[in-house]
Design a protein around this ligand. Structure first.
Ligand code: ADP
Ligand code: MG
Length: 471
């Protein structure tokens, strides 16, 4: 592509943005690329079929007009779907090895990359799927047995089967396998060919699906939903905005009422989704809610072994001795992403220098991935439970409006701990403490902060509570 074409393209995009406004532009055009200009035809691409058909049916003339305003001779625009495979870039030899390493497919399984499976998913406008994230590459251990079993069940169900648990809701911290499991459900569910499984990130749900639905009639909306047997939504905590939530509730209710399966993952339980209203939260909590705990050392070792074996398919010379794997499993405790990172570094080092992987190399390479004091995820319920026990009051007392001294102080302590040990906002904490105002929470936090400065007994009590909660 010549630089003048790129400059031209920038100007066309600028015009388009000015015409349709920032919101529409970022929803539909942000990922449109220029592929080339031949004679009077401009070729552009977008990442999904859904985007293409949407732009074609709603904005084709606008886009053409913007082109013509910059370049009179343009008579036609063509929109195509970019393949999800990386386009070959001109690579300098020094970068080649690094690039190969980035492209390692850990389970070496490219069966699902193309073909009808992704076509069904694509035509519904799904988010991109990673071919590595399948059930075959998912290692089952104590912390994820139940989530895995339920996911398998959902993926294997037939259209005629009654839905067993709806929605199926998984929550876990970062890097513990939520996306892996959700995409596995999508691959496996679609592979059978009978049902259509649509995987959407919450972001995609907001910026693609919802706007598409909004512009349709009620009948068209039902038609669209009828095409989906299983709706999978990842990272629900990112769903934002009142109208988006209304659409989400609408979609969820319509699907569940029609006997379609809904699968959701989030970094927190339904009760902690501050942006959703009570009815929605209880609907989400009404299905099967499963938490995946942190990966135990055994599970981490199994994941590393599986990864290494997969990497060896592409890099036969690569070998990590068992003691090195065991060392990584023992020290890199944080999450699955860091395990992958650790192994990738060893692979990179090994490829670039030709040195065999040793324990010393591993110690050096993974040093910064080791986080010795990984704090536990603390939940507001746990705080209330532990504080209530400590001060010999009931949890209901903490949430109540009673203002006697024997509950006021524990309540303030609990709110203070909620603020310092969790990432919840003041309004959210207020809501979880019997629907209190955020200023009440702020007052409690300040109060305790002031007290611990002078009152060593209270300071010790709080230290003790913190330790109990974080162990
Ligand atoms: P999350 O979506 O919960 O943040 P991911 O699903 O993206 O986490 O997982 C992070 C990384 O860890 C991925 O590379 C994933 O394949 C890997 N991983 C996590 N749990 C497992 C598991 N049980 N078996 C195999 N790989 C796992
Ligand atoms: Mg994820």
């Amino acid at each position: 592509m010549t630089s003048t074409n790129q400059e031209l393209w920038l100007r066309v995009k600028g015009r388009l943005r000015a015409e349709v406004g920032e919101d529409i532009y970022s929803s539909w055009f942000a990922r449109m690329d220029l592929e080339g200009i031949e004679e009077e035809t401009v070729r552009m691409s977008v990442p999904t079929r859904f985007l293409r058909s949407w732009i074609q049916s709603h904005y084709a003339e606008r886009v053409l007009a913007c082109w013509q305003a910059e370049q009179e001779k343009v008579g036609r625009i063509e929109l195509m779907v970019r393949s999800s495979v990386l386009r070959p870039l001109p690579v300098k030899p020094a970068e080649q090895a690094v690039r190969e390493i980035r492209e390692v497919k850990f389970n070496g399984d490219a069966r699902y990359v193309a073909g009808p499976v992704s076509a069904a998913h694509d035509s519904l406008g799904g988010s991109p799927l990673d071919p590595r994230l399948t059930f075959e590459s998912f290692v089952v251990g104590r912390s994820n047995t139940l989530a895995h079993a339920a996911a398998k069940q959902v993926a294997a169900a037939r259209r005629s089967d009654a839905v067993m648990f709806n929605p199926f809701y998984i929550h876990a911290g970062v890097g513990l396998g939520k996306t892996h499991l959700l995409q596995a459900v999508t691959w496996a569910g679609n592979a059978a060919g009978e049902r259509k499984v649509l995987y959407l990130t919450a972001e995609k749900f907001m910026y693609g699906f919802v706007s598409a639905l909004r512009s349709q009639t009620a009948i068209a909306f039902k038609e669209t939903l009828r095409a989906i047997d299983v709706l999978v939504i990842d990272d629900l905590q990112f769903l934002q905005g009142k109208s988006t939530q209304a659409e989400f509730c609408h979609t969820l209710n319509a699907l569940i009422d029609a006997g379609r399966q809904v699968v959701i993952a989030s970094d927190r339980p339904p009760s902690d989704l501050e942006s959703l209203d009570d009815r929605m939260r209880s609907r989400l909590a009404g299905g099967l809610v499963v938490e995946m705990g942190s990966l135990g050392e055994e599970l981490r070792l199994e994941i590393l072994k599986a990864r290494m074996n997969a990497a060896r398919l592409h890099h036969p010379g690569f070998d990590v001795p068992l003691p090195v794997l065991a060392y990584i499993a023992k020290t890199v405790t944080h999450n699955g992403r860091d395990l992958e990172g650790a192994l990738n570094r060893l692979l990179a080092h090994n490829k670039l220098t030709g040195q065999a992987v040793t324990l010393e190399m591993a110690e050096r390479e993974v040093r910064d991935l080791i986080r010795p004091h990984e704090p536990r995820r603390v939940k507001i319920e746990d705080i209330q439970r532990v504080v209530a026990r400590q001060y010999n009051v009931s949890r209901a007392d903490l949430l109540s409006s009673r203002r006697t001294a024997n509950v006021v102080r524990p309540r303030q302590v609990a709110m203070y701990l909620a603020k310092t040990l969790t990432l919840r906002s003041l309004p959210e904490i207020g809501r979880r403490f019997g629907g209190r105002d955020h200023t009440t929470v702020l007052h409690a936090v300040r109060k305790i902060e002031n007290l611990v400065g002078n009152d060593t007994t209270l300071a010790e009590e709080i230290e003790l509570l913190k330790r109990q909660l974080q162990e």
